[in-house]
Design a protein around this ligand. Structure first.
Ligand SMILES: [Mg+2]
Length: 241
């Protein structure tokens, strides 16, 4: 049955309210870049460039390329001025956002069990961030030490959630059929849309997000705590078949 597990990160493996987190992220980055750009303008440009990256349908451009193209066009500052400053932010200041997240001990129990049962692991976090921002959050949640065959970042992906193309790109990268994969996440829009390409879904209800309060269907649902036993059952079922 399932061979590959796709895990969402924020709100699934780590406890974080992304509305608060993104607000703080913009605020911290705004302070850091304030010598060269007005923080309010930065916020607007970041928001716009992120939106364009999420809407992008061009398979030739990575998310990073889309982001920078739009962002540089808006801020009217050169890349060689901005990039070192932004790198410095991720290296030294992004860690100040850690207090807005919390580690979930159940997440390690899930990942330990998944690894023990020999599932292939994919960290299918929305690739709107550079890898350093993603790996730091994985560290904060203590889920960085697992052997992922893919961690989706804005450098290596060409689409974002909830675009079904994002899931097709993962299938292509790991060489899996949709029927072999299970997407595990907390977001009705971003994670359950994996079903559109034939991937089964497990909705983690601990911090369920349903922005548009729309009716939805998940193949499976439950808490993160219940997931290790569920994986055990699923692995057992595939051994029997
Ligand atoms: Mg999430």
């Amino acid at each position: 049955m399932f061979r590959v597990l796709l895990f969402d990160l924020d709100g699934t493996l780590i406890q974080v309210d992304m509305r608060v987190f993104v607000k703080e992220y913009f605020r911290h980055l705004g302070m850091h870049l304030s010598p060269v750009i007005d923080p309010q303008q930065l916020k607007e440009h970041l928001g716009y460039a992120t939106q364009q990256m999420i809407f992008n349908q061009d398979p030739e451009k990575t998310n990073r390329e889309v982001f920078w193209e739009v962002f540089l066009d808006r801020v009217e500052l050169p890349l060689d001025l901005l990039e070192p400053l932004i790198d410095e932010f991720y290296q030294h200041k992004f860690k100040n956002l850690k207090p807005f997240t919390r580690c979930k001990p159940e997440a390690r129990a899930v990942m330990d069990r998944a690894e023990g049962l020999n599932f292939e692991l994919v960290l299918a976090t929305n690739p709107v961030f550079p890898s350093s921002a993603i790996y730091q959050r994985m560290q904060w949640g203590k889920v960085d030490r697992y052997d992922y065959s893919l961690v989706t970042t804005y450098e290596n992906m060409h689409f974002c959630k909830p675009n079904p193309q994002y899931y097709l790109e993962i299938l292509d990268k790991v060489g899996a059929d949709p029927g072999e994969c299970l997407m595990i996440g907390n977001d009705v829009d971003d994670d359950l849309c994996a079903a559109e390409v034939g991937i089964k879904t497990y909705l983690v209800e601990d911090f369920l997000i349903n922005r548009h309060e729309r009716p939805f269907e998940a193949d499976y649902r439950g808490s993160l705590k219940e997931l290790p036993d569920f994986l055990e059952e699923v692995a057992g079922a595939s051994r029997r078949t």
